[in-house]
Design a protein around this ligand. Structure first.
Ligand SMILES: O=C(O)CCC(=O)C(=O)O
Length: 248
């Protein structure tokens, strides 16, 4: 599959326009509902002209087809194996006037050697991503860079893509939200997927709660971490966590 080879070689791949018009419209409405009344973030990294909503599993709604999209999960499985889980899940609305974010790589939260692919993530474009409205800036090939190397400004290129596209990228890829010089907001749904033996950035079990977890689809529950990570990791009293949850 060319996308898997591209992801391995360049550290990212764009799946253009993979959402149907209905899925995109429903996701956009859901995003606006969630963003209603949310203020700008209070720190430079998240963005003082950016609105964010975290812990989305209990409010997955019209995002579910994005969170479980088969083409994305085929790529994530190719990179992480079968038993990965969600990391951070958040909605980001970059408003006009927001400057570029500090470049970073998502797996930088883990003290792991750079060679380990700990995360494979996706940025869903809920609006067209353009040079003007702050399309994500990426440094192609930077997932293979040594720990000490940082991107120069001229190494960051905008991931221009139409709304409904997915930017799938390595957790080791240097990137940043771009500068929004346009007059409209640029919305994205960002979903991280991490190896099963790592602590995910979002605590999905606490944030979602048992009742909501029971009401999720088995796939979302598995991705929330309600699944053994291996034969000896992730049990409740020696029992499969899914069986435990559904019997309590
Ligand atoms: O919004 C984007 O384009 C990327 C945001 C990001 O990488 C982050 O906040 O960690």
């Amino acid at each position: 599959m060319a996308e898997i080879a591209g992801l391995e070689a360049e550290g990212y791949v764009v799946l253009p326009g993979v959402l149907s018009a209905e899925q995109l419209a429903a996701a956009g409405r859901h995003a606006d509902d969630l963003l209603g009344g949310v203020g700008w973030s209070d720190n430079d990294f998240d963005g003082r002209r950016t609105r964010r909503v975290y812990s989305l599993l209990s409010r997955a709604g019209a995002f579910e087809p994005l969170l479980t999209h088969p083409e994305v999960h085929r790529l994530v499985t190719a990179r992480l194996g079968q038993a990965y889980q969600f990391g951070m899940l958040f909605l980001s609305a970059v408003d006009p006037g927001q400057g570029s974010q500090a470049p970073h790589f998502d797996a930088g939260v883990y003290p792991l050697p750079r060679e380990i692919e700990a995360e494979t993530n996706v940025i869903w474009a809920l609006d067209d991503f353009t040079v003007d409205n702050g399309a994500t800036l990426i440094a192609p090939g930077s997932h293979r860079w040594p720990a000490e190397r940082r991107p120069r400004p001229d190494e960051l290129v905008p991931a221009v893509m139409p709304a409904g596209s997915a930017l799938v990228y390595s957790g080791r890829l240097w990137h940043a939200a771009g500068h929004n010089r346009a007059e409209t907001t640029r919305r994205a749904l960002i979903c991280e997927h991490v190896l099963p033996w790592l602590r995910p950035a979002d605590n999905h079990i606490l944030a979602t709660g048992f009742d909501q977890l029971r009401s999720l689809s088995p796939e979302l529950r598995r991705l929330a971490g309600v699944a053994p990570a291996s034969d000896y990791l992730g049990f409740v009293g020696g029992q499969d966590p899914e069986q435990w949850l559904l019997s309590h």
